[in-house]
Design a protein around this ligand. Structure first.
Ligand code: IRO
Length: 327
C-alpha cells in the first residue's frame, strides 16, 4: 500500500501535515512566495496582524540557533488589508490561514468582521490569543474571562463557512488545561486550536558580553525550539483529550526533525506548524523534515496518519523501568 501523508484541518484537506507557524517567513509577500513554492508545505499561515501596520519592537528582537530561538518581534506586521490581499493571491495554490491578533477585543471583532465582509479567499482564521511580546498587553488566553469575552463576541460574527481556530499559549498546570478547555467547549463553531505559541518571557543571555541577546522588554522574549517540545506535546495531548472530536489540534513547538512531527501526531495533532527550524533553515530545510517524517512512517509500517494519530500509550509496557531512580 502507498503512503498517504494527507490530513484534514477544519475539514480542509492538506497534502502534508506541515505548515509554517505564524510569524515565521510569512510577514512579506516575498517571504510568502517562498512558502507557496514549497511542495512539502501544505498551507500558509500569515503573520499575526492588526488592523493597521506595526513596526514592532526595536531590534535586536530575534536570536536563534539550530535548536532554539527567542523573539520579541512585538507584532510587527503589514496590516489586515495586506494579508487579505495575500490570501487572494496565494489561495489559488494552497490554503491560506489568516492569523489575527488585535490589541483589544474590539479590534479582534472588527478584523473578523472585515474578513467576513471580504471576498473570503482565506481558508480560515487563526485567532492569536497568546502573543507574549507586546509591552503592557497580557496574553489573553491566560485570563479565562477575557478569553471568553473575546470568543463570545467573535463567534457572533457570521463568517459563513470560513472556519475559525485559536492559537493558545502553553499551559503548565492541569487546572489551567481544564479551565481553558471549559471556556473553549462553549463554542461549537470552534474548529481547531493550535498548541502552542512560544513560551513567553524567557531570558537568554550571552555570558561573554554579559548582555541579553535581544533588547526589547529587558531581554525577555518568547522561547521556541527543541526544549519547548515536551511542553507543546503535553498541551497537544491534554487539549486532544479535553476538547470535542470536531475541534482539531494543530501541534506547534519543537518540530526540528521528522520524528518530532510523528510525536505531535501521536499525541493527537492533526497537523503541525514549524517555527524555529523554518526560521533557521529557511524553506530549503522543509524537504528534509518531510522525508524524515515519511521514513519514520515507513520504518513503523504506518500507511496513513490515522494509523497512529492520538494513539500514544500511557500505561507501562515495560514493567521494570531502568530509568526510574527508585527501582
Ligand atoms: O512578537 C511577536 O510578534 C510574536 C507573536 I504576535 C506571537 O504570537 N508569538 C511570538 O512568539 N512572537
Amino acid at each position: 500500500m502507498d503512503l498517504d501523508l494527507s490530513c484534514y484541518v477544519a475539514g480542509i484537506k492538506l497534502n502534508s501535515p506541515i505548515m509554517n507557524a505564524s510569524g515565521v517567513c510569512c510577514t512579506t509577500v516575498k517571504q510568502i512566495e517562498e512558502l507557496d513554492e514549497s511542495q512539502f508545505l501544505s498551507a500558509i499561515v500569515t503573520k499575526s496582524c492588526t488592523m493597521t501596520p506595526r513596526e514592532g519592537n526595536p531590534k535586536p528582537r530575534y536570536y536563534g540557533t539550530s535548536s532554539f530561538s527567542i523573539n520579541s518581534m512585538g507584532l510587527a506586521n503589514m496590516s489586515l488589508k495586506y494579508y487579505l490581499k495575500v490570501a487572494e493571491t496565494f489561495s489559488k495554490s494552497k490554503p491560506v490561514f489568516l492569523s489575527l491578533a488585535g490589541l483589544s477585543a474590539e479590534e479582534n471583532v472588527a478584523m473578523v468582521k472585515n474578513v467576513a465582509a471580504s471576498e473570503q479567499h482565506a481558508s480560515g482564521v487563526e485567532l492569536n490569543l497568546s502573543c507574549p511580546n507586546v509591552p503592557n498587553k497580557p496574553q489573553i488566553a491566560y485570563d479565562f474571562e477575557a478569553m471568553g469575552d473575546i470568543l463570545n463576541r467573535v463567534f457572533e460574527v457570521d463568517l459563513g463557512n470560513m472556519p475559525l481556530g485559536v492559537k493558545l499559549p502553553p499551559y503548565f498546570d492541569p487546572v489551567h488545561f481544564h479551565q481553558s478547555a471549559d471556556v473553549l467547549r462553549n463554542y461549537p463553531k470552534l474548529r481547531w486550536v493550535t498548541c502552542i505559541n512560544s513560551i513567553g518571557n524567557g531570558l537568554y543571555i550571552d555570558p561573554i558580553t554579559e548582555e541579553t541577546v535581544i533588547h526589547p522588554k529587558k531581554g525577555l522574549g518568547g522561547l521556541g525550539g527543541s526544549f519547548v517540545k515536551p511542553t507543546a506535546l503535553a498541551n497537544v495531548k491534554m487539549f486532544r483529550e479535553l476538547l470535542p472530536e470536531q475541534v482539531d489540534i494543530i501541534g506547534c513547538g519543537g518540530v526540528l526533525r521528522g520524528m518530532d512531527i510523528f510525536e505531535h501526531i501521536l499525541c493527537g495533532a492533526s497537523a503541525v506548524q514549524v517555527g524555529t527550524y523554518l526560521q533557521e533553515n529557511g524553506i530549503d530545510g522543509i524537504p528534509r523534515l518531510y522525508h524524515e517524517f515519511k521514513d519514520v512512517m515507513i520504518l513503523k509500517e504506518y500507511h496513513t496518519l490515522d494509523d497512529f494519530r492520538g494513539r500514544l500509550k500511557t500505561s507501562p509496557t515495560i514493567m521494570n523501568n531502568k530509568n526510574d531512580p527508585a527501582s
